[in-house]
Design a protein around this ligand. Sequence first.
Ligand SMILES: [Zn+2]
Ligand SMILES: [Zn+2]
Length: 248
Amino acid sequence: MPDQVKSAPDITKKSEGPRVEALQKALDRELVHWKFPWRKIKIDGIAGPRTFDACNMVGWLKGFSPDELKKISSGHLTERDVEILSGEGQRTDAMEKRSEERRDEAERLRKKRRWLEEHPDSHPAPAGGHWVMFDNEEVPKWMVEEALKPARESGVWNGEVFSGRRSPEHCEQLCLDMCGAATCPGKCGGRSSNHCGPASFEGNHGEGAVDVTDPDGLRAWCEAHGNPIRGGGAVLPEDRPHFSRAGN
Ligand SMILES: [Zn+2]
Ligand SMILES: [Zn+2]
């Protein structure tokens, strides 16, 4: 009788050991290769939130399907997933095609992140508003309480906020530099962007927007909890990291 080919067990949340460490090193290599060095993670051999966050990013770049990405974010990595994420397994034609289709969006994400890093917002939030700090970003208090904090504490969302409140001036300049126009509906929005917090700009209930990593994890949590915020591509397919009350 031929030997049974036995595959390694799935890597799940809190898995530990040399296989996790090897995956983490491979993810960092891939993140640098795909020009997302700011997403690199700590190599500690423990499959914590950051590891799955990086898996979601690399998996998206490599062309995993939306359902596969959801499964990865929920903490289920098969041996084959690990091989592909690590750059060792052969991708399917469908994956290569999706990866190609995501090229422009990936480039836009790199560009936007670079712009935000190089252009700190010099216009403070209006005094007396309801903005609080979360992951070093100004975010409306209601959004932290109703979505971001419980989603993180549940372990379903593995990511972090990388952009929160932006002033109207900042939003307009971002759009001018990125898109060559003062506004581009469905993408940056310019001065009308929900990142500025219209209509009051004070971070009142329902106002504001965030850009996050692991959009699939946050979307999964929100959809299971009455959609306090929407995003992850549900409303704006070309802006997966973006979440707001209505998703725009
Ligand atoms: Zn724009
Ligand atoms: Zn956004």
